[in-house]
Every structure is written in C-alpha cells, then in structure tokens.
Design a protein around this ligand. Structure first.
Ligand code: XMP
Length: 513
C-alpha cells in the first residue's frame, strides 16, 4: 500500500472525518481500533499516527487507552481533543475536569509561529471545541504553542519527538483552516508525498484484482447505484470479459433506469450484461400486500431467488464482486450516545444464502463514498450515475403507500421523473441528499377543465443530509414548487393534488414506506 497515516479510534464521531481529511491531502489513511498493538502498527509502516477524540475521560475507569509503546516508535503523533489528553496522561502531564465545558466556536491565538502545524497560517484562527476535560499540566518536553480564551494549552508540541496535541477539532468544517493544519502534519511533519489519488488507485486496484482473480470468472449484481456501478467499471477494466454483471429489473425502478444501465454498461463500456427483466414476477408477488415490512421481505426474498437463478444461467464463476465501502469494514468502537452506532435494521439486506459459494472481490472496501465517486469519474462513468442520489433497494415500493400495482408504479414513475428533471434544471439535484415523489393512496376531489376528478395525491420530499441518519427538509423555492405541482398535476394522469412533506428526521424517516 501507499505511504499512510494510522488513525487510532477512541470513539469520536469525527474519526472518519479525520481519515477523510488526511486522504483529501492525497495521503492514504487507515482507521484502527484504539488498542491495536504497537507491533501491528509498526508492521504497517505508517509515516505518523493521529489519536482521535472520544467521549471518555482519560482518568475514567474504563477509559479506552492505546498500547503505551506507540509513544516509543519514533513516529510523529498528533493527538486531537481526547487524543491530546492521552498524550498528557501517558507522558506525565495532568488532565482534570474543566471548570466549564468548552463547546463551539473559539479563537485560537498562535504563540509560537515556528510550530510546523501552523506553517503559512495566520496568528489567529477560528476553531471548534468540544470538550469537558482540560489539560492542566503539560508533560515534560512539551511547550504550549497556541491558546484559546479558555485554555492555555490549546495546542502543544514536543518538537524533538514530533509529538503534537490540539485541544480543538481541526477536522471539522467549523475549523475553517483545519485542513491546512492536518496537511501541515501529514506533509510537513510526517513527510508524506501526495501519492493517494484515484488515478494511482486505479492502477493499483487493477493489479490487485488481477492477482486475486487470475483467469477465473466474476459475477456482480449491478443495481445502477453508485457503488455497484463503480465496482463494475473497475472490475471490467481489470478482468474484461471474465466479468458478468447481472442487472435485475424488479419493476420498481425509476423512469429510464433500466435503459440507462443498458446504455452505459452494455453499449458504452461493452461489458457482459445479463439483463433480468422480472418486473412481472415481483409485481405478482406484491399483489394485495399493504404492510410495509411484508413488502420489503417479499422483495428481498424474490431478489435472492432471481439473482440465484441468474448466476446459474451466467455460468460457473468463482468470485462474487461487491461494492462494500470502507465505513462498512471499519471495526467500530461502540460508544453510547454516538448516533452513528445506530443500525437501521431494515437496510440490511441480509446477504446471499450460504449455499451460494463464492469467494468475494471487494475492490472498494478501502474507499470512502466521496472517493468512490471520484473513482467513477476517473473510470469514465457519466455524471448521471456517479452523482446520483441514493435510491432504496426496494425501489418505488417504499414510495407507494398501500398496495403496489403496475398502474400505481406508472403514476409514481411519471411524477418522479418530473421531480428529477426539475430538480436537475434548478441546479439543486446534485446539491442535496434526496428529492423524490411519493404516491399516497388517498383520493380526493378536484376539477380539471369542466370535469370533476377523483384522483391520487403526490407528496414531494426533498431532504438535506450527510449520511441519511438525520435529515432536514429542504426549503425549495416557491417558483420551483409551483412548477413541480403544476407539471405533476397536468402531466401525470391519475394525480390531481400535490403536497409538500416538511418533516425532518427524526422524528420522521426519509422514505415514507
Ligand atoms: P430512512 O427512510 O430510513 O432512509 O430515513 C434513510 C436512507 O436510506 C435509504 N433507504 C434504503 N436504502 N435499502 C437501501 O439501500 C433500503 O431498504 C432502504 N430504505 C431506505 C433512504 O433512501 C435514505 O437515503
């Protein structure tokens, strides 16, 4: 692997953000559990170590602590928040409960401009704090290089050992120049180059995939979503016709989705695409079903049956490729109160049955989502696929309340196409998390021309979110809303009313089900 920085995770909600910031500096980063043995870290030959923040107190009985030998490896270390308190605790300083919790914006005054972390930065910086405990005595060999209103040890340094500690969070956006501090650490202090780019990654991944797969065959379930699409393009580059992609049309796809996938992957990329049009089967199984959980179960089970049969038809293959991402494989440090630890059970598809014996190829498993998108661009995938909004596996079924019928699918597909089109032309589609239409099985009276109508209602849902765990509804401009409503009601047969969903998550969810 490339030059890398190891990040020890002490349960901060920002650990992955630190890892991403390092990678944005074109340096590879790996997140490890806080108590990873120093020998194991040494074997990975990192150029430096970052100790993440965390919700614990270093003096608490069950505090997460690292292997003390990491401080004897001769590597540069940057401790952030809880991380600086660890440095102090291990090296002879003192940490105490602060008089008042320091939370939110602060101003950092740099006292020693020669500290490498603040190279090329002004002497006063806006920073973000979030800590209760406080460093009250520095360990021997350390010097305070910056202060805040509330802390005389906001940044400390042991120049000889290349140990640094920051009481604030340089990784969050509320520390606007924090990325430069991280860049100064990884480049200036640790001496890393800028080798981590998606262009380099393509070459490296292609080599690794070829080494793993040899001349065996690979199957991939292509959904048209970002992850499976990028995985498909990458594998195709690596093993060409040894790859067969299976694309299942479950009848619950958005307008033109099946066409786009066939066009991009079949005609443009010329990869072996096995198109399974099983719409009728799915819709038959969903007939008369109204309970949302049952719908999901039926769709999940039918998908596995269809996929299993399709793999048999595809011929013998040793490997199954999956678009697993880095956040799915990081061994998480379970910390109470960390919302990222909440698992949404209904999104776990449950995997494939045990009797499907494949070895796995997971070429995206060290990448974050934003890197996967960059990789997609690098591989020549169109913007329409690389930057598409998330779309749930059970498709339109979770956006049609009540029974899913072919005619309701048709109505929703038409309404949704208008939402997507108008959101794209307003420039908002790629800026927000999701925007879509929902079909409510409620009919109400209207007048169209001289006629009385009795038709369905469409709800418009547009949300902003970082990861789908929490979300805010988007305040769409009135003229856009007006256009959406008027187009949907005029153009979509079967709809005579349009409403806007203004529920945030929590307490609502993004999808209606
Ligand atoms: P909810 O509705 O739980 O959705 O607030 C959060 C995010 O997850 C997406 N979602 C799904 N994705 N399979 C998926 O792959 C599913 O079954 C599923 N259900 C919801 C949803 O679109 C939103 O982005």
């Amino acid at each position: 692997m490339n030059e890398q920085i190891v990040i020890l995770d002490f349960g901060s909600q920002y650990t992955q953000v630190i890892a991403r910031r390092v990678r944005e500096c074109n340096v590879y980063s790996t997140i490890l559990h806080f108590n990873t043995p120093a020998a194991k870290i040494a074997a990975m030959k990192p150029r430096g170590i970052i100790l993440s923040g965390g919700p614990s107190s270093v003096y608490a009985k069950n505090a997460p602590l690292p292997d003390g030998n990491i401080f004897k490896m001769g590597l540069p270390i940057l401790g952030i928040c809880f991380g600086v308190q660890l440095l102090a605790q291990f090296l002879g300083g003192k940490v105490e409960k602060g008089q008042k919790r320091e939370y939110g914006k602060g101003t950092l005054k740099i006292k020693d401009k020669s500290c490498a972390l603040f190279d090329s930065l002004p002497s006063s910086l806006q920073v973000w704090n979030s800590h209760g405990d406080k460093l009250t005595k520095m360990p021997a060999g350390f010097k305070a290089v910056a202060v805040t209103e509330n802390s005389e040890y906001a940044a400390i340094e042991n120049r000889a050992k290349k140990f640094f500690g920051l009481q604030f969070h340089p990784e969050v956006v509320h520390t606007p120049r924090g990325k430069e501090i991280i860049s100064n650490f990884v480049h200036g202090v640790c001496g890393c180059g800028k080798g981590w780019t998606m262009r380099n990654y393509v070459d490296q991944a292609v080599e690794e995939i070829r080494a793993q797969v040899g001349d065996e065959r690979v199957i991939l379930g292509l959904s048209g979503g970002v992850d499976s699409s990028v995985a498909a393009a990458l594998l195709h580059k690596a093993v060409g016709d040894q790859l067969t992609c299976i694309f299942v049309n479950n009848g619950l796809l958005r307008a033109r989705e099946a066409e786009v996938v066939q066009e991009v992957f079949g005609r443009n990329f010329k990869l072996k695409l096995q198109y399974e049009n099983t719409s009728a089967l799915f819709l038959r199984k969903l007939k008369s079903v109204t309970d949302p959980e049952r719908k999901r179960k039926i769709i999940g089970k039918t998908f596995i049956e269809v996929f299993q049969a399709a793999t048999k038809r595809a011929g013998k293959a040793k490997f199954l490729a999956q678009g697993t991402l880095y956040p799915d494989v990081i061994e998480s440090v379970p910390i109470a109160g960390n919302p990222a630890a909440l698992i949404k059970s209904h999104h776990n598809v449950g995997g494939l049955p045990k009797n499907m014996k494949f070895a796995l190829v997971e070429p995206l498993k060290c990448l974050f989502k934003d890197e996967v998108r960059l990789l997609g661009v690098e591989l020549g995938l169109p913007k329409e696929i690389v930057w598409r909004q998330p779309f749930p596996g059970p498709g339109l079924a979770v956006r049609i309340l009540g029974e899913v019928t072919p005619s309701r699918c048709e109505i929703l597909r038409n309404a949704d196409a208008i939402v997507v089109e108008e959101m794209k032309s307003s420039g908002l589609y790629y800026k927000i998390w999701q925007s879509f239409a929902v079909l409510l099985p409620v009919r109400s009276v209207g007048v169209m021309g001289d006629e009385r109508t009795y038709d369905y209602t469409i709800a418009i849902r547009a949300v902003e979110s970082q990861d789908g765990m929490t979300a805010d509804w988007v305040k769409l401009p009135y003229d856009l809303l007006e256009k959406l409503a008027s187009r949907i009601i005029n153009e979509v047969k079967g709809v005579n009313r349009c409403v806007l969903d203004i529920t945030s998550k929590p307490p609502g969810t993004i999808e209606w089900e």
